[in-house]
Design a protein around this ligand. Sequence first.
Ligand SMILES: [Zn+2]
Length: 416
Amino acid sequence: MKKRMILMVTGFLSCAVTLLAQPAKKVVFVIADGIPADVIESVTTPHMDAIAHAGAYFRAYVGGGKGTYSETPTISAVGYNSLLTGTWANKHNVWDNDIAAPNYHYPTIFRLLKDQYPQKKIAVFSSWLDNRTKLVGDGLAQTNGIHVDIAADGFELDTLQFPKAGPVHRMHRIDEQVTDRAVRSIREQAPDLSWIYLEYTDDMGHGYGDGPEFYGAVKMLDRQMGRVWEAIRYRQRRFQEDWMIFITTDHGRSETDGRGHGGQSPRQRSAWMITNDPGLNAYPELHTPGVVDIFPTIARYMNITIPSAVDRELDGVPMIGKVSLADMKVNYFQDKLDITWLPLDAKENSNVKVWISTTNNVKMGGADQYRQAAEVPLRQKHITISVKDRSPGFYKVVLEGAHNSLNRWVVPDNKK
Ligand SMILES: [Zn+2]
């Protein structure tokens, strides 16, 4: 009995020590609408530079696999949902700003967090109401009734506080309100996972194209990011919390004049990321990350376990922690799958398991039947697998490395 008491006390103490040793991990991600990388790089942005100085700035992409089954329109809500779900549009099923029928079987990062840590607080700060009500799916049966704890959004619809006939820069004033609310909430409530969405840059891009009005909007965004960064630093100093911020965009703009977007040209697919995190892995250095990579990065940072069924659908690669492989390609020819990948660390001595499924039940909320087709050294970088005995047409191929998994689909006729 006495011995047991000691064990219990020791257990309690080590528990308490662990709690003390691990500061709370908080994440803010910001989507600033419609800014190609060349613009963010050419405008003077001292506040965002300071954040990047603490961590990193790098170019990124949106739009999925150009010309493949995962090609994704470079449209706003489509891009947000690629970030939220870590998947491209062929999975999350948001194809335009109508958000007609999102496939909630691909959970958002908010859902993943809440499923494992129901006590953690999530927040959405946004001009646009749909971001919370349709994309995150606040209170919907399809999202298991996820509850967004802190919301300051829908200001676009508020014609009393923000009259439409009022100043030209109505959307800037709304973004200021969104920023004010986010800053106050970060300082006072410190939500565990926050999404700040800012829209004015896209308005100026559409209205004026490349030029001083658009660049001016980016400078205003920079000052807003300075305020958010100050709020984060306040929490870090005062409460010893760990904070990660990612600032990114949902799409670039047209080559011709910067007004439009939606297509697959290089500048419309052009994005970027800024983070304060000093501990990025080699992946963003050696590859060009996609907006889908933020989901697994946040999951790792917040110690969220990604269920295997979700992991096998994720189109992103974590940008922190150990990563085994990236840049997976699958080419189908004559009943064979030719699969290639690139190891992140040439010295990693591990194996890659190749899993193949011919079902797509996840789309309907079910489970796919995977069979292990091979196990090969990571360093080999390729394998050709005969699929003659399998039902032809549709294949999901998953490469399971020691530290991360990748997946690609083979779709008949290369159509969605
Ligand atoms: Zn947009």
